[in-house]
Design a binder for this molecule. Structure first.
Ligand SMILES: [Zn+2]
Length: 107
């Protein structure tokens, strides 16, 4: 039986929200409960939710645990483009913009 796109999207949204709330990758059971989907449904879309790349190598927008580009610690990232952890984004230096990250050199 084919799974409705709407159900896949609901599972993905639940996965993303839970990743952020729990600060780790959620279990299939947690996603199933949050999305209101059966465990067999979540199980069949699980690879899609946790995969980093599609079969043809294109990046897909899926949540996964990735290393923060700022502090290098793993965090639940929403997509391949989401690479700064919430803790680092809360830092004053990040919020002040790129200028504060500049390196100065005296000769
Ligand atoms: Zn960080």
């Amino acid at each position: 039986m084919a799974i409705k796109l709407e159900t896949v999207e609901r599972c993905r949204a639940a996965f993303d929200v839970l990743s952020i709330l729990l600060d780790r990758e959620p279990s299939q059971r947690e996603v199933s409960k949050a999305a209101g989907a059966s465990s067999s449904t979540v199980s069949s879309v699980w690879d899609e939710l946790t995969a980093d790349d599609t079969d043809d190598g294109r990046p897909v927008q899926v949540a996964a645990s990735r290393s923060c580009l700022c502090c290098r610690k793993p965090f639940p990232s929403r997509s391949a483009g989401h690479r700064i952890c919430p803790r680092c984004k809360a830092l004053e230096a990040w919020q002040a913009g790129v200028a504060d990250f500049a390196v100065t050199m005296s000769l």
